[in-house]
Write a protein that binds this ligand. Structure first.
Ligand code: 13P
Length: 253
């Protein structure tokens, strides 16, 4: 066993309406289940304030945003700055999710800017990385993820990196029902931790939580979470269903 506390995080993506958010948060708050891990939810922007209120009422769920601007403030129509998110009580932010890389052309340096800007404003980034299917088929996944780390994450200073949570999310596993096997997840998570150790220090690498994401469900979470370097999960679809999300939480200890 390692000393790292597990995290189960729910990325709701662009799903749910206000009634469904209310029902989901009530179910999470009312559950008698003990949480042995940290639990974070990432709602759409428009529900952040409500979800923070619900979370404060229950006292055991933290709230993150799914995205943030790469700059502090100014004339950026439609953007939300890390300072504004922190101002309303948001604690975490997803950065570099593959859906943003693919659909919104977010590149390495833009992602690096978002990491720096969120850290400067007391938001803890969850840095997402992971290879597409074609790269996995070519057996190039380690090189691919290394580049994502080097060009974005490793631009952070030693005193910043400790605040980051990493999420390995192979693109071919996201929303497909085809999760990485425990061996595939462990291989990549060890690789990421080694890269962090080489670039920063072994002590830092041993502290950083690395989550797995991609079709993580009640049926496969126990096996994935049992891997030495898997420190919990970033859950998409299954985080929208209270029973499934609570089930996954119960497997993280
Ligand atoms: P799914 O769990 O729906 O595959 O999504 C994973 C994900 O992208 C979480 O950020």
């Amino acid at each position: 066993m390692n000393r790292r506390k597990k995290i189960v995080a729910g990325n709701w993506k662009m799903n749910l309406n206000s009634q469904q958010v209310l029902k989901l948060m009530q179910a999470l708050n009312r559950s008698e289940q003990e949480f042995d891990c940290d639990v974070i939810v990432f709602p759409p922007f428009v529900y952040l304030v409500d979800v923070i209120d619900f979370a404060n009422g229950g006292g055991r769920i933290s709230v993150g945003a799914q995205n943030c601007a790469a700059t502090e403030n100014g004339a950026y129509t439609g953007e939300v700055s890390p300072a504004q998110l922190a101002d309303i009580g948001v604690e975490y932010v997803l950065i570099g999710h593959s859906e943003r890389r693919i659909y919104y052309n977010e590149n390495h340096s833009f992602i690096a800017d978002k990491l720096k800007c969120s850290l400067a404003n007391n938001l803890r980034p969850v840095f997402c990385c992971g290879e597409p299917q074609i790269v996995r088929e070519a057996g190039e996944q380690l090189t691919y993820v290394k580049q994502q780390l080097v060009e974005s994450l490793f631009t952070l200073k030693t005193e910043e990196i400790g605040q980051v949570i990493v999420a390995y999310e192979p693109v071919w596993a996201i929303g497909t029902g085809l999760n990485a096997s425990a061996e595939q997840a462990q291989e990549m998570h060890t690789f990421i931790r080694h890269q962090i150790a080489e670039h920063y220090s072994l002590a830092i690498a041993n502290e950083i939580q690395i989550l797995y994401g991609g079709s993580c469900k009640p049926g496969n979470a126990a096996e994935l979470f049992a891997c030495h370097d898997v420190d919990g999960g970033l859950i998409g679809g299954a985080s929208l269903i209270a029973e499934d999300f609570l089930n996954i939480i119960s497997l993280a200890h």
